[in-house]
Ligand binder design. Sequence first.
Ligand code: ATP
Ligand code: MG
Length: 164
Amino acid sequence: DSGQVIRIEKTLTDTGKLIQRCLADYRSTFPEYRFEGVEIDEPLPLLADGRKICHVLENLLNNAVNFSANGSLVQVTYEVLQNEVCVAVRDEGIGMTQEQIERVFDKFYRVDASNTAREGLGLGLAIVKGIIEAHDGRIWIESEVGRGTSVAFTLPLLGSTDQA
Ligand code: ATP
Ligand code: MG
């Protein structure tokens, strides 16, 4: 447990619209990257704190951009599982080892803390995890050194058992 108090104000939100809104800002901030955004056509209603979920996506996109080469591909994909939607942010960047993956959700952990060219505090993923868990979602990382990283999270869809 990250031990932080996160206040979530859930409102009725559509997953596709929410993601498109967050991605739109991102494309213009990093024109040198290729963002392949999800085109979610089906309505996927969520009870979620839209600003906080946007914050999650921004953090994951920031990491994808910070730990991969200029001009590489950053993909946002989604999948509807039973009662939940799974969103993933995938990059073709430097990747991480299994040992590193196990620590990146810790506060202030950075794989290469000596690299002063990257100014992160190592808080992003700890906060992201707190927000997703406050929504009763799960978050995990798959990564391969030198190949890239995928960070996926789930959010319960409206109408799933514990929200009905
Ligand atoms: P902050 O997000 O607080 O500005 P940060 O990006 O260093 O700083 P986190 O987002 O928590 O902190 O990430 C922790 C560490 O995990 C990073 O410093 C980096 O070493 C590693 N990491 C996170 N995302 C990726 C990624 N997509 N590819 C490779 N390494 C990553
Ligand atoms: Mg970060």
